[in-house]
Write a protein of this length. Structure first.
Length: 276
């Protein structure tokens, strides 16, 4: 009897150890879900756009879309997308910013869409930095006119960028998380996430160091990243800061919130980006 119990215990221990090892070595596949095919372009929602090619400081070629505003302006948003799909799945957001009168640069992280490479936490930060520098060096847009908008994973990338580039004018963090470790512990409480995590996005720590104005948006109905993460980010942020409680779920909050979403973004722009 004892021998059978010992064998069973050994089986479970070895099985658990195998799962931990698999998660440790393949956890990037639990975080990043890139799609290579671009299913639409901004032209499909009536936007003029340019294909942009960027090169990161570690030599990765990236793809982006630049969508100029209808009237000449320096006000620009750098949009950083979530962990699935690519920029061709975010056309509604680009159209919204266009309606607010801003230029839009939409970046595809390494491994997404037409961008080369494989995604990683450090890599996405360098990707955002390449886009940030492109706007200043190639488009000649001063940092004081550039707002960074990150949704879901993009919120963490936006906050990572603010640690690399301290002169970001303003930041919108939408439907994002406090850290990958916090999310991992919630999703996999039976795993030693703190010990095996290799994908580091310490957003709570990053936002506590941010001195730029920040708008945090999150939905009570978000089942992927709980509302508490948005509130915790808001609590950790410095003034000036504001919070938008959205409606809907994780992926459709900006749609379900209706006009309030666009009005809030517009007010944030008027408060924190200089006029031309």
């Amino acid at each position: 009897m004892l021998k059978s119990l010992g064998s069973l215990l050994t089986f479970f221990v070895l099985g658990y150890a195998l799962i931990v090892l698999l998660v440790y070595f393949f956890q990037h596949r639990l975080v990043y879900f890139p799609s290579r095919e671009l299913v639409n372009t901004p032209a499909d929602v009536g936007l003029v756009f340019e294909d942009v090619s960027l090169t990161t400081e570690d030599g990765i070629r990236l793809h982006a879309w630049y969508m100029p505003a209808s009237k000449p302006t320096a006000r620009t948003v750098l949009f950083l997308h979530g962990n699935a799909g690519n920029i061709s799945h975010r056309l509604q957001t680009f159209a919204l910013w266009h309606q607010l009168g801003l230029n839009v640069l939409a970046l595809e992280y390494r491994g997404y869409g037409r961008s080369a490479g494989e995604p990683s936490a450090a890599g996405t930060g360098l990707d955002a930095r390449a886009a940030w520098r492109y706007l200043q060096q190639e488009r000649k847009i001063p940092a004081t006119y550039i707002l960074v908008h990150g949704r879901s994973l993009g919120g963490a990338v936006a906050l990572a960028l603010t640690r690399l580039e301290r002169d970001v004018a303003a930041v919108v963090v939408e439907s994002s998380f406090t850290s990958m470790v916090d999310i991992g512990r919630e999703k996999y409480p039976w795993l030693p996430v703190g010990l095996i995590n290799r994908v580091h996005y310490p957003s709570r720590e990053s936002i506590s160091q941010l001195r730029a104005p920040v708008l945090i948006a999150h939905s009570q109905g978000d089942r992927l990243i709980p509302f508490a993460h948005g509130r915790a980010l808001y609590a950790a942020a410095n003034d000036p800061k504001s919070f938008l409680e959205m409606r809907g779920g994780h992926n459709d909050g900006f749609v379900a919130t209706g006009d309030t979403y666009q009005v809030t973004l517009g007010q944030f722009v008027e408060q924190h980006l200089p006029a031309d």
